[in-house]
Design a protein around this ligand. Structure first.
Ligand code: PLP
Length: 434
């Protein structure tokens, strides 16, 4: 269980000898990473005969045993469809599904579970908003404001919407160090702007955007806001009241939950007025061959049998996540980033993209003319799993002037030894190809 699994935290600050630089450093927090790692069975795995060093958490996180157990328990002991059955199993499944929604709502600082729609993930959530809210509200001549650091999932649905409606996409640029250029924001919030869609944390740069401030500026001008929280929720609790957006979206699989489940939060007043985007069973009030009427949210947006086991797994992931000491874990993740930057920066030709202070634990880099896939392959042979490619952010990479990069993305269960293994493996790639 979450709180207990952290165990009594180490009473002494961790001291780590860092072979890559030979430096000895004292970290100003108390953490026994091994206690967290024990919760994630896959971390004991070996790949190519080496201990797995999983640094592809930005793509998907690993799953703690409590999540695996919650899904297995449902499938082994409680499998039934929700809302439909008169039998005990169905009633239990419905309760578990609703409980998962209530858990998500509560841990995100909200009070109305019906504002939380279960979807497949971030991508589906944004498509839902673009279809349902967008087709209702966006007209010819309107403007949709995005940022230069968006994932394709937060670009393409708006592009399609703009094309359908005859609207225009505008883009808030980034500064050279990888922050949003907030000085350029006021001029881009025009009387034509209807929506501002912005990522909370960049999946390439790691930049944590000041979304509260951005949403406040948009709200003052009556502009609807959507925040893509896919890379934010894995690194600590998100308080939706503090963010102050109209829509917040994320995927379960990046924050210790299963794949195929995610959340769209929508402010009640907005959601209540939106039409469904997919239609069918379990979301209607009355159906005749002439017309149909629809249930209120969340049912209106969850047509058909949903991902019941996924929602239950997500509920377990939220409970686990909420039980962790994020003050400690954030300090740990910050220290991992600092250690990774320090170790990697000494490698000739290596350049890190994204150096904004306080960044999330995402370290993207290029190394001279070495193709990131080649770096990734060498790292894999050392047991180190990273991402290589365009990270579904081609406009951002074009702005950075690179076609692709390597990306090590950390989770709270990663260790300083793993940073050292990463650095040694990157040195190996440098020697091999450099
Ligand atoms: N937004 C961001 C910032 C992401 O990093 C990702 C995935 O990497 C997505 C959206 C899309 O998430 P999913 O593929 O789970 O829908």
């Amino acid at each position: 269980m979450p709180a207990e699994s952290l165990g009594p935290l180490h009473s002494l600050p961790i001291r780590r000898k860092r072979a890559a630089t030979g430096l000895r450093r004292t970290y100003p927090y108390k953490l026994n990473a091994a206690d967290i790692r024990r919760d994630f069975p896959i971390l004991d795995r070996r790949v190519h005969g080496k201990p797995l060093v999983y640094l592809d958490n930005g793509a998907t996180s690993q799953k703690p045993r409590v999540v695996i157990d919650a899904i297995r328990n449902f499938l082994e002991n409680g499998c039934a469809n929700i809302h439909r059955g008169v039998h005990l199993l169905s009633a239990e499944a419905t309760q578990a599904y609703d409980r998962a929604r209530a858990t998500v709502c509560q841990t995100m600082g909200a009070s109305r579970p019906e504002e939380f729609i279960f979807v497949r993930g971030t991508t589906e959530a944004i498509n839902l908003v673009a279809r349902s809210w967008g087709d209702l509200h966006i007209q010819a001549g309107d403007e949709i404001l995005l940022t230069e650091m968006e994932h394709h999932a937060n670009i393409v649905p708006w592009q399609f919407l703009a094309r359908r409606a005859g609207a225009k996409i505008r883009v808030l640029p980034i500064t050279p160090d990888g922050a949003l250029d907030l000085d350029a924001l006021p001029a881009l919030l025009t009387d034509k702007t209807r929506l501002l869609a912005c990522t909370h944390v960049s999946n390439v740069l790691g930049t944590v955007n000041p979304v509260s401030e951005i949403c406040r500026m948009a709200r003052e001008r009556g502009i609807v806001t959507l925040v893509d929280g896919a890379q934010a929720v894995p690194h600590g609790p998100v308080d939706l009241g503090a963010v102050g957006c109209d829509f917040y979206v994320f995927s379960g699989h990046k924050m210790f939950g299963p794949d195929g489940i995610g959340v769209l939060y929508g402010r009640g007043k907005l959601l209540d007025r939106l039409p469904p985007w997919q239609v069918g069973g379990d979301m209607v009030e009355r159906v005749s061959f002439e017309e149909s009427t629809f249930r209120p949210p969340p049912d209106r947006f969850e047509a058909g049998t949903p991902n019941i086991s996924g929602a239950i797994g997500l509920g377990a992931a939220f409970t686990y996540h909420a039980g962790l000491d994020w003050a400690v874990l954030r300090a740990h993740e910050d220290a991992l980033v600092a250690a990774a930057h320090e170790a990697l920066q000494s490698i000739p030709g290596l350049r890190i993209q994204g150096t904004v202070p306080g960044k999330a634990p995402v370290v993207s880099f290029t190394m001279g003319g070495i193709h990131p896939h080649d770096i990734g392959t060498i790292l894999d042979s050392e047991g180190v799993a990273i991402r290589a490619g365009n990270h579904c952010a081609q406009p951002l990479l074009a702005r950075l002037g690179i076609p692709s990069s390597a990306r090590a993305s950390f989770a709270c269960y990663n260790t300083f030894e793993e940073v050292e293994t990463l650095a040694k493996a990157v040195w190996k790639a440098h020697r091999y190809f450099g």
